[in-house]
Design a binder for this molecule. Structure first.
Ligand SMILES: Cc1cc2nc3c(=O)[nH]c(=O)nc-3n(C[C@H](O)[C@H](O)[C@H](O)COP(=O)(O)OP(=O)(O)OC[C@H]3O[C@@H](n4cnc5c(N)ncnc54)[C@H](O)[C@@H]3O)c2cc1C
Length: 371
């Protein structure tokens, strides 16, 4: 629906979504399936590397719910046999997906995966703006959101009844409404990419996790013959120019037992890059006419390998709650907030029990903080 404001066309939609990653795209697909008009404003054009590539087999049921399982299979992501870990002990332990009722897991070409989800949202009817910059976001007395973005050299104006923050860890929309981000630790991931060596090894098809004195490693083969290796540690332990240098990353790699055998170090395609990977939650998760989904609501330690799954699930649950609100179901948004709080509590327990298994380095600040 269109109307004119200050000589500009204003599009009216039911729901505006900031951010078109897995959470925002899943919410958009789900809301479109329910018959709502949706606009998604995504900052990027999926031009840069994205981190987080391992999907557990159960992702299948979410992709089927969203009606995109077949489309996902067409993209030829790499099948994953399971996870090998040297965590509490120095020996390798294998968690095989062989007997998993959903079959194998997946190692993603993450950019292709995220771009596919947003394409599918568009195909299902969502208005999608890639390369969008937010210029204005305010609420009228009647509760309508007035939004202006710049995209492809033009300004676009919207009015919406509801706003979803799917901007990832930045949670920039929720924060602009006064919500506060609570950080539980300082975990970062320092990631580098390598060509996958030819030939089959005992690690082929497995994600590898390995603990070490100052943190832990994960490495995974990706589609297009690439391998990613990420050193997980605390930001303050990594800080300081000497340690921040690629030399520090290489030194930690050299002291690993298994990870260093998965690729040839001299073939690293670019210097290691650090990204935030800490556990954090936004408070509150929802207001009267807005809510946060995915990492914008709750970001998990990559050790869980659940970030993408949980983000997509929260996008789908958010769509149900917004539908409930529009239909007049009392407490629909409170139910959503409660479900995020409950998920956070149970995740913290699991996280604590995983980290407690490592007691090989009693003097290490990284492990002491988590014991
Ligand atoms: C090192 C590392 C390893 C990880 N490994 C795994 C893994 O193996 N498996 C797993 O499941 N998860 C993993 N994760 C977590 C996973 O990547 C996240 O949980 C997931 O990306 C969250 O999805 P999202 O849509 O909520 O947020 P994001 O993926 O961050 O998407 C947010 C989107 O919003 C856009 N955006 C941001 N700000 C704005 C704005 N102001 N306006 C418009 N658009 C905006 C961004 O461009 C982006 O497209 C890992 C994370 C890290 C850091």
């Amino acid at each position: 629906m269109l109307k004119v404001h200050d000589g500009k066309t204003v599009k009216r939609v039911d729901i505006a979504i900031a951010g078109g990653g897995p959470a925002g795209a899943s919410a958009a697909i789900s809301l479109s399936q329910k018959g709502y008009s949706v606009a998604v404003m995504e900052k990027s054009r999926f031009e840069n590397i994205r981190y987080g590539e391992t999907l557990a087999p159960k992702i299948r049921h979410l992709l089927m719910d969203l009606g995109i399982w077949k489309r996902f299979l067409d993209d030829n992501h790499l099948k994953s046999n399971g996870i090998q870990s040297a965590w509490g002990r120095e020996e390798l332990f294998e968690n095989d997906f062989l007997l998993n009722p959903y079959g194998n897991g997946w190692n993603l070409d993450r950019v292709r995966f995220d771009a596919m989800l947003l394409d599918e949202a568009q195909k299902k009817g969502a208005l999608v703006f890639r390369g969008a910059a937010w210029e204005e976001c305010s609420q009228s007395g009647a509760g309508e959101w007035n939004i202006a973005i710049q995209c492809d050299g033009a300004q676009h104006r919207f009015q919406s009844r509801f706003l979803i923050d799917a901007t990832g860890r930045s949670s920039s929309i929720a924060k602009s409404m006064g919500a506060r981000r609570i950080h539980c630790d300082q975990l970062i991931g320092v990631a580098a990419f390598f060509p996958t060596p030819g030939g089959t090894t005992s690690h082929t098809g497995y994600t590898l996790i390995e603990s070490e004195e100052n943190g832990w490693w994960y490495s995974a083969e990706l589609p297009q013959s690439e391998t990613v290796a990420v050193f997980m540690t605390d930001g303050d332990l990594y800080a300081g120019s000497k340690k921040r240098s690629p030399g520090f990353w290489r030194e930690r790699l050299a002291s690993s037992v298994f990870t260093k055998n998965r690729f040839e170090l001299p073939k690293m395609t670019a210097n290691p890059r650090a990204v935030a990977a800490n556990t954090s939650i936004i408070h509150p998760v929802a207001g009267a006419d807005w809510l946060a989904v995915g990492d914008a609501a709750l970001s998990l330690d990559p050790l869980s390998s659940q970030g993408i799954y949980k983000s997509m699930e929260s996008g789908i649950n958010a769509a149900k709650s917004v539908d409930g609100k529009f239909r007049g179901t009392g407490g629909a948004l409170r139910g959503y907030s409660d479900s995020i709080a409950a998920a956070f509590k149970s995740y913290l327990n699991v996280r604590r029990s995983h980290y407690k298994k490592v007691n090989r380095w009693p003097e290490s600040a990284f492990w002491r903080r988590r014991s």
